[in-house]
Design a protein around this ligand. Sequence first.
Ligand SMILES: Nc1nc2c(c(=O)[nH]1)N[C@H]1C(S)=C(S)[C@@H](COP(=O)(O)OP(=O)(O)OC[C@H]3O[C@@H](n4cnc5c(=O)[nH]c(N)nc54)[C@H](O)[C@@H]3O)O[C@H]1N2
Ligand SMILES: Nc1nc2c(c(=O)[nH]1)N[C@H]1C(S)=C(S)[C@@H](COP(=O)(O)OP(=O)(O)OC[C@H]3O[C@@H](n4cnc5c(=O)[nH]c(N)nc54)[C@H](O)[C@@H]3O)O[C@H]1N2
Ligand code: SF4
Ligand SMILES: [Mo]
Length: 734
Amino acid sequence: MPKFSRRTFLKMAAATGAIGSMPVYLNRNKFLEAAEEASIEKVPTLCNGCSNMCGMFVHVKNGRVWKAEGHPIHLKSRGRLCARGHGTVADIYNPHRVTQPMKRVGEDRFEPITWEQAYQEIGQKLMKIVDEHGGNSVVWMEHGTRGKQYADILLDYIGSPNYITHYATCFTSKTNVWPKMVGTTLYGDHENADYMLFVGRNFAGGIIPNGMNKVLKAKERGAKLVVVDPRHCELAIQADEWIPIRPGTDLAFFLALAHVLITEKLYDVQFVRQYVSGFDEFWQANKNCTPEWAEKITSVPADKIREIAREMAAKAPRAFLETGYHGLNAHYQNSVQQAQANVVINALLGNMFKVGGLLPAASLELGQLDKPVPPAKEKGPRVDGAGEEGPYATVEPGRGIPQLVPKLVDEGKVKAVFIYHYNPLRTGPDPEYQKKMKDAELVVSIPIDWNETSYHTAHYILPESFFLERMETPVNVNGHITHLSPQIAYRAKVVEPVHDTRSLLEIMQGLAKEIGASKYFDFTVEEEAEAMVAPLGITMEELRQAGCLEFPATVKTGFPMSALGKPSLATPSGKVEFSVGVYKANGFSGVPRWIAPKVMPEKDNEFRLIHGKQPWHSHHITSNNPYLMAISETYNGTWAWMNSQRAKQLGIKNGDKVTIASDLAQKQVQVKVTELLHPDCIWIPSAYGGFSPKAEVAYGVGVNYNDFLPMQVEPIAGSVMGQEVIVTVRKGVN
Ligand SMILES: Nc1nc2c(c(=O)[nH]1)N[C@H]1C(S)=C(S)[C@@H](COP(=O)(O)OP(=O)(O)OC[C@H]3O[C@@H](n4cnc5c(=O)[nH]c(N)nc54)[C@H](O)[C@@H]3O)O[C@H]1N2
Ligand SMILES: Nc1nc2c(c(=O)[nH]1)N[C@H]1C(S)=C(S)[C@@H](COP(=O)(O)OP(=O)(O)OC[C@H]3O[C@@H](n4cnc5c(=O)[nH]c(N)nc54)[C@H](O)[C@@H]3O)O[C@H]1N2
Ligand code: SF4
Ligand SMILES: [Mo]
């Protein structure tokens, strides 16, 4: 089984301890003596274990990171961190970090180079590519939004429109739909709800620490919690009811819920009349979607669907369908329609902009540092086609279609790829396909560790300093859970860099010097931060001491209305739009209507491959953390789940090794045989299957769903359709 054992884990822990302490005290006894006496400084900053960026206090002793605890005010943490937050701070001393700039000199060989040499070589190659092939042969890919502020300057300077994020692998269906139907994204007011329906969202596995806290508080108050998930996920343990649905069919379940609400006149007629447009079009398209129709598709009994609709309507408006995250929003051919149906159900319950229903995020308007901008350049069309005339006109250009990049390299349309804080070789579909990226003329990865993308594709690796070693600009604290009062927080530098690494701004400044763009990067992060908080009437010194500051409530309940008394959402009609005009204009249905999943298991040995988060791992990044991997080892965390009936038919017993195969790959893994999974699917935890030889803890442990998944693009939002794949499963390993 796993390549790591508790012994290697302890050995590593000891080694990491030694690395951290050596620069300060070479003599161990002296170190222990001094460590005993040294005071502990608690520095507020933001966690980097996942995109929640929870507030944390890091305990520092003798310049060494000791441990972390949750920030008591910060909305996401409220005094708590999850296991990943506690574990991830130790990665500062992880021996598998990239410790200085690296240049590829062979298939599996790199040599260290100086920062200056790296800037020079990359700068020269980049400008040659821009001269010969134009700016739009260059793409910048990154996890989220933290690098955008600097990437945008570089892209503007060279005339490239190609800023691409990871969201196609996360939740682009939701982010595409909500602004078009509601003009903004709304989130469940969990704490004040009386009924919460979670479908494809595992709050206790895909964690926001204070999110679960809010759900449990509501439960203590008597709120009902219903979880619809093919797998008995961690949230289902807390639920009043768990409903194992056939994966990929949630859209039918939603349409049937709407059918009951409408035919039994349980919906909020007043709300719909005043604030909804497109109701009739929706009803005409879906009036045959009865609970009996849905039962056949979903395997959820028709009476259960009726019961849920009736109970929710009885508790409305303090009842909501959780608006979701990853679970359904990048998984299926019908993911966009299910996200649309989510809006429809909530609107029918009349819960929008109401306490205990759905509320908008609280946000503060931040200032901007006045700095010169590069002269406007004519930019060609985006190379991935996102938002351009053509097949991907409705895909948000701000997010892009990352899974197309290897193909575009192959076709010679992309010549230079910058990859910041992103590991598409492991978190995107089909790693062999992703490897094509290495054939570009220039591939630069800016990671912290030896991730698969850096190891297998990068020509240059420029290590960013660890999050505890750098300062970043302030951010609004919001999203996914609600709070009426806005908060601001920022990532403070906690300790000096352990290795020869730099912050992203420093890296961009180094590169800018080589390409004649210095004056556009001539500022410090401190100056930027000060300008951002200035309109709030606070100084960075105040924020530095607090880590996170809360301001008086800005979120108002009640449907947004104009001065003339008209609904004023940021949609064409000002109302919630059940029919999306832009979808229609591009040849899609405006209203959600039933679309079957792209593929379905049919034969005795076929399963849909589904996956999910484990509470102690983030995507793939934490699988090289020895402390978090020790949890996996203790709890058989790498095992796939299989329904006991199906297992019996295939002669598979708990703990057996099985072979999972798709057209792309054939891999072996141990299985947990359980009643707690829908028979149509096999579930695998999403953190494993590392294949970077330099990330030794993760290397070769477990399997990864992306190994089996072909590259695909959902046409409306551009998602990867991460669960549209059928695998066969058989006992044994050959
Ligand atoms: N521990 C942990 N927490 C995290 C993260 C992490 O990596 N690890 N990442 C953060 C990020 S970026 C995200 S996007 C969120 C993700 O948070 P979630 O969206 O909650 O995470 P997932 O585990 O991807 O999916 C949720 C559930 O969907 C179920 N599911 C799969 N297919 C179907 C289906 O067809 N129908 C239904 N009804 N359910 C289905 C899965 O079994 C799983 O339990 O978590 C955030 N928090
Ligand atoms: N196998 C698998 N694939 C997934 C998921 C999964 O759970 N498993 N989840 C899906 C979801 S919901 C999401 S949101 C995406 C996430 O997709 P990614 O953003 O690719 O996911 P991560 O594994 O978090 O890692 C990103 C990489 O960023 C680098 N990194 C981490 N911290 C820093 C930093 O401070 N600075 C810099 N420069 N680099 C850093 C690490 O090298 C890491 O390899 O993946 C999606 N795909
Ligand atoms: S949810 Fe956990 S890993 Fe993510 S930021 Fe918060 S404490 Fe860190
Ligand atoms: Mo995500």
